[in-house]
Design a protein around this ligand. Structure first.
Ligand code: NDP
Length: 444
């Protein structure tokens, strides 16, 4: 058995109840095989893979809070500090009923490689809770966030671990969390990113993941002799990543014809009206039925179905495992040329393989959605400098980072004889820096 297979077997045995974590580890380790095999003796002696797949620490805690009826509610909080070989732990906080240890571990594990790819000094971590902000009053969300941070604050800090937003955690939640951290520690420091602009937030952070996705997609297309102009794009999701991905795609001359949420999806052949979508999702926090009601050209459908619409480029921006093998087949049959992930691990392993085997340009989230965390790291830099950069400065840095990521993953794939395999390229390029740092720092 090869070293990779041995480690994979151990991970499966030890984490059998965490399918998303196993999926993420399998994807990474399988694609690292050529790198590991080239240095197998060293990596084996160092137990490098065993160390890489075991978080530095996992924190799990009770989050009690009082709802508007005076009833005490109890949620579970998580923070997984996975690897800080190249910088302080960095990764978002997910608030969604589906959150459990396995999901936070998969996200934290992916974050190690993504953060490395940005070229910035940030390690991998992730956190969250099974709390659902949907349908809660602002006071209830504040009560939850204050309780969550009353425990989490012990483990985070501007040079230790810097959480950010993710599904269910936007500017409102980050604000409440930051306020409570400040109150408990008396520190005014860059401990969270995605902050409001009046208290240390960075311009362009809100737009960064979606914009970054499109900067990378455009570079990918350019290097394959194509442009974004006139391309039909299918986007899934209608949250932070989806909205700004759709906006930038339209600014680049493409037409985005779909968005979705957890109850249904929109097909709008005239192109999604971004301002209306923002009004429905960012201001009213409403369902997509409201978008359809206000837009005669839009068709609303219950359930899932975005990937059946004919498109040139597919941008999954909702959540993990939302693009399945049958969707991949439909995309290929419809002539789709590129799939770039805005969400984390939205494409299942068999769907990824099908897309790659059928000549679709496929870029995995840890490369294509790294613009969010990269801009979070730029927010940390501004906080350390006590300065605020302009939108244009941050956006220009983000664009350059995404172009660099594309070329780094392309080069890494070519170096190991896997030209065009951007999943392998991303994993290899992300891994190399972390592995070198881990070995240099000794057994820890
Ligand atoms: P948001 O909470 O802003 O939006 C999430 C969107 O996905 C919503 O439209 C939501 O619909 C939909 N969604 C969530 N869960 C499901 C589900 N189980 N089934 C169907 N639809 C679902 O989150 P973000 O836009 O911030 O995050 C989207 C993805 O991008 C996640 O995978 C996240 O980890 C990843 N990501 C986010 C970054 C960021 O900067 N925000 C950075 C890098 C990656 P509904 O409102 O109905 O729940």
């Amino acid at each position: 058995m090869s070293y990779v297979e041995e480690v994979l077997a151990k991970v499966k045995e030890k984490n059998a109840s965490e399918p998303e974590f196993l999926q993420a580890v399998e994807e990474v380790l399988e694609s690292l095989k050529p790198v590991i095999e080239a240095n197998e003796d060293v990596y084996r002696r160092e137990a490098l893979l065993e160390r890489l797949v075991e978080p530095d620490r996992q924190i799990k805690f009770r989050v009690p809070w009082v709802d508007d009826k005076g009833q005490v509610q109890v949620n579970t909080g998580y923070r997984v500090q996975f690897n800080n070989a190249i910088g302080p732990y960095k990764g978002g906080i997910r608030l969604h009923p589906s959150v459990n240890t396995g999901i936070i571990k998969f996200l934290g594990f992916e974050q190690i490689f993504k953060n490395s790819l940005t070229g910035l000094p940030i390690g991998g971590g992730k956190g969250g809770s099974d709390f659902d902000p949907k349908g809660k009053s602002d006071r209830e969300v504040m009560a939850f966030c204050q309780s969550f941070v009353s425990e989490l604050y012990k483990y985070i800090g501007a040079d230790v671990d810097v959480p950010a937003g993710d599904i269910g955690t936007g500017a409102r939640e980050i604000g409440y969390m930051y306020g409570q951290y400040k109150r408990l520690t008396n520190l005014y420091e860059g401990v969270l990113t995605g902050k409001g602009l009046t208290y240390g937030g960075s311009l362009a952070r809100k737009e960064a993941t979606g914009y970054g996705l499109l900067y990378l997609t455009r570079e990918l297309m350019k290097c394959h002799g194509q442009s974004m102009e006139g391309k039909i794009c299918c986007v899934s999701g209608s949250g932070n990543v989806a909205i700004y991905a759709a906006q930038k795609a339209q600014q680049m001359g493409a037409k985005v014809v779909t968005v979705s949420d957890s109850t249904g999806w929109i097909y709008d052949p005239e192109g999604i009206d971004i301002e209306l979508l923002k009004e429905v999702k960012e201001v009213k926090r409403a369902r997509l039925t409201e978008y359809a009601a206000a837009r005669p050209s839009a068709q609303y459908h219950e359930g899932r179905g975005v990937w059946q619409i004919k498109c040139d480029i597919a941008l999954p921006c909702a959540t993990q495992n939302e693009l399945f093998l049958e969707d991949a087949k439909q995309l290929v049959a419809n002539g789709c040329t590129a799939v770039c992930e805005g969400a984390n691990m939205p494409t299942t392993l068999d769907a990824t393989k099908y897309l790659q085997d059928n000549g679709v340009l496929f870029v995995c989230g840890k490369a294509s959605n790294a613009g969010g965390v990269a801009t979070s790291a730029l927010e940390m830099t501004q906080n350390s400098e006590r300065l605020s950069w302009t939108f244009e400065e941050v956006d220009a840095k983000l664009e350059q980072i995404m172009i660099n990521i594309y070329h780094n993953i392309d080069d890494a794939a070519k170096r190991y004889g896997m030209e065009g395999n951007y999943v392998a390229g991303a994993n290899i390029a992300g891994f190399e820096k972390v592995a070198t740092a881990m070995i240099a720092q000794g057994v820890c």
